[in-house]
Design a protein around this ligand. Structure first.
Ligand SMILES: N[C@@H](CCC(=O)N[C@@H](CSS)C(=O)NCC(=O)O)C(=O)O
Ligand SMILES: [Fe+2]
Length: 292
């Protein structure tokens, strides 16, 4: 079924987003990597290597993730949830590691910061921005549940996880083999470590979020790593099994969950009025306004 959807997209979509990889020139940047960062090189059952870096933007407490097929001759790479303020740092890292950035991917229309995907496109020709079709935002590639975003021998599978916003998706790593692998889920704001995204704006719905997390994330293997878009408590990573046991909101029954979400009493993100319109065009707001 998933394979069918991939083939379908190849034939309908002029952009070859589910081909093995795309080519884009490597740019040179000089700024140093200063923020909190984690790095792991995963070796799967085969000889392929998934390169992984976790990067942090401290003003919005946002995580950006860099993934690449390090064994592929072209080292195709992607960034999940880049932030405009840290684009130079991220591109400098891509350059240092000799990677070819192919995709700038968003989990949803963020309300608290401007995505880096627009700025990246102006700095690295050929990079394609990605967001879900359900978000109603514009991007080079609009993805739906079941789509696979291929980079070398690896891919990210798209899972629809609405509830924080209508268009939230979770991206899950895969390599198309049956070999055990350290699977990773990039959950955006749907599932945070010991928390979850708020549901009081952008078409949010507590019922929908509860259903999304339980049906699309908690059904993944328990050892799947959870990598969220934000952390406000100092956590970096969790697992499906850990959140199923200890998440203080999503371990509750649905009625209790809804009541928790109705009583969060969070103030609106400071940047919401700037961030949402900018992210609806994947960070290309300056170009859009000049073209108008
Ligand atoms: N204070 C921050 C915004 C904090 C916030 O609302 N975070 C969102 C994710 S960004 S849309 C959220 O869902 N938080 C859930 C929670 O339980 O904290 C700012 O002003 O930007
Ligand atoms: Fe958000």
């Amino acid at each position: 079924m998933l394979r069918l959807r991939c083939l379908l997209l190849t034939s309908c979509n002029p952009l070859p987003f589910n081909r093995q990889f795309l080519h884009s020139p490597i740019l040179s940047c000089s700024s140093s990597v200063r923020s909190k960062m984690q790095s792991i090189n995963y070796t799967t059952g085969s000889s392929t290597k998934l390169l992984f870096r976790q990067l942090f933007e401290k003003e919005s407490s946002t995580y950006t993730y860099l993934l690449a097929d390090a064994s592929h001759p072209d080292k195709p790479a992607l960034l999940v949830d880049p932030v405009d303020r840290t684009v130079d740092r991220d591109l400098s890292l891509v350059n240092d590691l000799g990677l070819k950035l192919v995709y700038a991917i968003n989990t949803h229309v963020h309300a608290d910061h401007v995505t880096g995907s627009g700025l990246i496109k102006t700095k690295v020709p050929g990079v394609k921005s990605i967001i879900s079709k359900a978000s109603k935002a514009s991007a080079d590639i609009l993805v739906e549940a079941g789509d696979k975003i291929q980079f070398g021998d690896f891919y990210l599978e798209v899972r629809a996880t609405p509830g924080h916003t209508v268009g939230c998706v979770t991206y899950v790593t895969g390599d198309g083999t049956d070999q055990p692998q350290p699977r990773m889920a990039f959950t955006g704001d749907a599932l945070l470590i010991r928390g979850c995204g708020r549901t009081d704006f952008q078409g949010g719905s507590s019922e929908q979020l509860y259903e999304s997390v339980h049906s699309q994330i908690f059904t993944l293997p328990k050892d799947t790593f959870i990598y969220p878009a934000h952390d406000y408590k100092g956590f970096t990573v969790s697992t499906v099994g850990e959140e199923m046991l200890y998440n203080p909101r999503l371990t509750k029954d649905e009625e209790t969950f809804k009541s928790i979400m109705e009583n969060l009493k969070l103030s609106y993100p400071k940047m919401i009025d700037v961030a949402v319109p900018a992210n609806m065009v994947c960070g290309l707001q300056d170009l859009e306004s000049k073209a108008a």
